[in-house]
Design a protein around this ligand. Structure first.
Ligand SMILES: Cc1ncc(COP(=O)(O)O)c(C=O)c1O
Length: 391
């Protein structure tokens, strides 16, 4: 066999696959409405673009240290101190090529064969594949109707092999947000069992009622057990710039730095300068507030519309820009899975949604509301028509 056993285990990203299909149909001139996007539909702010252009004009176009620019690490440390009350030294921070890359590095540096990594389901599609790539075993734990892992569920799934719990709040795909109290309770189980937490906080700034709270903030002991993952992709509408970062135990961060020095080397220099501006500029908070206000309007609209459809159950997302309806009661006859539902919906009504299977949640679909109100409204009408036709 040409392909290694490890590589054979890795599956295609279902979210990227559906976007590719939708893009293909669009390029053929079809009027596709996309609910598949995993990125804000806002432009990167012009003050950030200007800072990037200025860095190029200054000649900042060469390699930086492989683990990132010292100035950007300082900005990240300032961000953690000011926004989360967490003190990190620059050598406890690494800059990576997107938060996906941060996660990949940290998982590869922590997990190995014979380890188990607990992943609450529904989960972001890449976690199990990254764990498989490390040689460890992903343990998917199905959460209750609020989509959050509870202390008892966590306890039940911890074994002598458990090394890591991956938490993602606010969540992609569910929009669920853990409260401070929930995280405190989880932290007792985590500390009792001496496991690590990888806390993916990439949607930190996109919350609609309650404020974000991260598990590393619970206590100094919990901070020592947590590797925080964040980045500039979602909050600053900078998905294409590819900057993410990880913060935590300096030994783990140093290992990530060594790995990175032999794989990607430094993240793109110009993007690092843009990230400094995004994190440091006083203009950023206004830009984020405007984006969040717009997402909140769309969240309210899409939630009201979807919850009024007969046969669908749906939670009101507290954060991120996804909604995750349960369509299981509509699956019958020719359509027996959410995968088939999404395929037929795209073929027949030119509406792209992501089936729940890839998120460890068959019977669900994910809709991203990173789309204009007009498109959301048009897309929902087509979905309602489709549901009437398959009933
Ligand atoms: C939960 C979650 N974590 C990480 C990422 C990766 O972000 P980045 O674009 O910075 O690699 C995404 C992107 O979709 C995500 O949804």
């Amino acid at each position: 066999m040409k392909i290694s056993q490890l590589a054979q285990k890795i599956e295609t990203s279902s979210t990227l696959a559906i976007s590719a299909n939708a893009k293909q149909l669009k390029s053929e001139g079809k009027d596709v409405i996309g609910f598949g996007a995993g990125e804000p539909d806002f432009d990167t702010s012009s003050f950030i673009k200007k800072a990037a252009i200025a860095s190029i004009e200054r000649g900042e176009t060469k390699y930086t240290p492989a683990s990132g620019l010292p100035a950007l690490k300082k900005s990240v440390c300032r961000k953690f101190k000011n926004e989360n009350g967490l003190e990190y030294a620059p050598d406890e921070v690494i800059i990576n090529c997107g938060a996906k890359h941060s996660l990949f590095n940290v998982i590869l540096c922590l997990a190995e064969q014979d380890d188990e990594v607990i992943i609450p389901a529904p989960y972001w599609v890449s976690y199990p594949e990254m764990v498989k790539a490390s040689g460890a075993t992903p343990i998917e734990v199905k959460c209750g109707p609020d989509f959050k892992i509870t202390p008892s569920l966590l306890k039940e799934n911890i074994t002598a092999k458990t090394k890591i719990l991956i938490l993602n709040s606010p969540s992609n795909p569910t929009g669920a947000l853990y409260t401070k109290d929930e995280l405190k309770e989880l932290s007792s189980v985590i500390l009792e069992n001496g496991i690590y937490v990888i806390s993916d906080e990439i949607y930190e700034h996109l919350t609609y009622e309650e404020e974000f709270y991260g598990i590393a903030q619970v206590s100094p002991e919990m901070k020592n057990r947590t590797i925080v993952i964040n980045g500039i992709s979602k909050a600053y509408s900078m998905t294409g710039w590819r900057i993410g970062y990880a913060a935590g135990d300096r030994e783990i961060i140093a290992a990530c730095g060594r790995l990175q020095s032999h794989s990607t080397s430094n993240p793109a220099t110009v993007s690092q300068y843009a990230a400094i501006e995004a994190l440091d500029s006083p203009e950023s908070s206004r830009a984020i507030q405007e984006m969040v206000a717009e997402f909140r309007k769309r969240r309210d609209y899409i939630y009201d519309e979807i919850s009024s459809i007969d046969g669908i159950k749906v939670n009101r997302p507290a954060g991120a820009f996804y909604i995750f309806p349960d369509i299981s009661s509509l699956l019958r006859g020719g359509i027996s899975s959410s995968d088939e539902f999404a395929t037929k919906l795209l073929e027949e009504k030119l509406v792209a949604v992501v089936p729940g299977e890839g998120f460890g949640a068959p019977g669900y679909i994910r809709l991203s509301y990173a789309a204009s109100m007009d498109n959301i409204s048009k897309g929902l009408s087509r979905i309602k028509e489709f549901i009437e036709e398959i009933k």
